[in-house]
Design a protein around this ligand. Sequence first.
Ligand SMILES: Nc1ncnc2c1ncn2[C@@H]1O[C@H](COP(=O)(O)OP(=O)(O)OP(=O)(O)O)[C@@H](O)[C@H]1O
Length: 628
Amino acid sequence: MTTEKGSISIHTENIFPIIKKFLYSDNEIFLRELVSNAVDAVQKIKRLAALGQYNGELGEPLVAVSLDAPAKTITISDNGLGMTAEEIKKYINQVAFSGASEFVEKFKDAKDANEIIGKFGLGFYSAFMVADLVEIQTLSYQEGAEAAKWTCDGSTSFEISAGDRTTRGTSIILHINAESEEFLSEHKLQEILDKYAKFLPVPIQFGTKTTEEEDGVDEEGKTKYKSVTAPNIINTTHPIWAKAPADLSDQDYLDFYKQLYPFAEDPLFWIHLNVDYPFNLTGVLYFPKVKDDFDMQRNKIKLFSRQVFITDEVKDIVPEFLMLLHGVIDSPDIPLNVSRSFLQADSNVKKINSYITKKVADKLGELYQKDRKSYEEKWSNIGLFVKYGMISEEKFYDKAKDFALLTNTKGEHFTFEEYKEKVKDSQTDKNGNIVYLYTTDPDKQDGFIQSAEKKGYDVLIMNTPIDGHFVGSLEHKLEKTQLKRVDASVTNQLIEKDEVLESVLSEEQSATVKSIFEKAIVKPNFSVEVVGLSPDDAPVTVTMDEFMRRMKDMAKMGGGMSFYGNMPDSYKVAINGNHKLVGKILASANEEEQSKFAKQAVDLALLSQGMLTGAELTAFVSRSVELI
Ligand SMILES: Nc1ncnc2c1ncn2[C@@H]1O[C@H](COP(=O)(O)OP(=O)(O)OP(=O)(O)O)[C@@H](O)[C@H]1O
């Protein structure tokens, strides 16, 4: 073969400096690109052999990555199909640009190297992000092929000459540049390989390792061991998501989970995804144990394309609410190298999204059907996904409404349908609306809960971070149903009925009581009213209106509503006209004593709701001491 020099046919003279400079931050992906090319080459020769187009010896498929730190080289070597000099010219030299101007135009806005590399078929050229000089040594599988060598120093000129390889395959030798010497470390390369190549379908060898092997027995009959050097294969070529679910045991799934997340608790259950039409997708999604801290759990799903790790930023591919899941998704059909906005509009991504949603809903439905008791036990963990999903995806709501559970203060679980049946008789108001009562804090709202339960009402627990939104969405979805926090008003008025308990006080007496309390309470945002409750109910109850409270909660969570957020908290103080304390206050002739009692009663109400603090609490304590 004669040596041939030439110029790479791209239209921008200084392409390599551009690649180096702009893609610098992401430069570790050179290894992913070159190793995947090598894997492809190995798989291609296997296919050719299977098709009868190659009859030579296949050998054990292998890709080897090796480091020669003193020589400052990294070599990626494979026993794949190799290339002829002609093929090098065709595949390597003619970089697939639709035009330099388009390239320059596009990369200006590109955020990471991934975007550029895939889009412009620059996989191989990512080598120049870390190397001054790149050498290809290759021997094609084709009969009579001659070994070829290609070198390029990062300018646009290259050289092709006779090569040294005597066995089929390709070696890419990178002469690492001065700025990239960090890659001349075994540790660093191992780390990158672990990240991107751990599940590639062809064995990837990185150096050797020493292991202990049995070596007969010593004089005392004990087993002897000897150290042996073996190739260090860094990957699992058949990860579980690439296998058939029927061939896997629960232990296999748990082991794989541990491999992915060594520090996580065992997952609750998992879903094996496997679809090949209308798009190709495999994967295993795990439901981790999550309680309230779901922000910590994000970005745990790993995205692969044909077993090459791509990213763990799966936003836009997995529905938002399922970002809490763990596991892997592998799809060659997800366009990996395009911008995020493009991804959202991609029809495959949309289909994948709804497929995953459906699968997850089906799995949950199945668990519920199969073993309700164990499903209920898991509810505190899965409830979060289900609620989040119901709020954010209409389609998921439609499926989940049959297996979503509501939990009451007694720890009993009900489906929506069951709950409606349970409370509809006692909790329907005079307008025909069913009122569901809930508590966001069973301890703090205990007084209200007890008083509601005394009336025969049931109280639901809604105390997770998502419940505020969930309550809103339930009210929106369930017909003629209202949800009220149990402390939204005095128990008698929570569910408005026709029968009204009259206050025993005359109008005049009511007005007197009202003014005594108004004077006693110095807070401007407390409005006082006298109502007729049962003599057993508390003498004073302080409440915040349901609507106002919800708006304020939303403002706190950053859901807009800043108008309400900025308003001062305002409370209703309900005086129970039928309570004997009120009679006592009225009967007292001493204004000071009246005020003292009123203050005391209001403070007790505040105290029972954890609202009495600071100087007011101190004043209350000394007043109480005095009263004793
Ligand atoms: N190790 C190799 N063995 C045989 N052929 C190779 C090898 N590496 C690269 N090639 C050839 O060079 C071509 C160009 O490689 P390059 O990585 O630039 O693009 P690609 O692999 O086609 O696409 P991309 O990497 O962007 O997905 C490959 O399609 C393949 O034909």
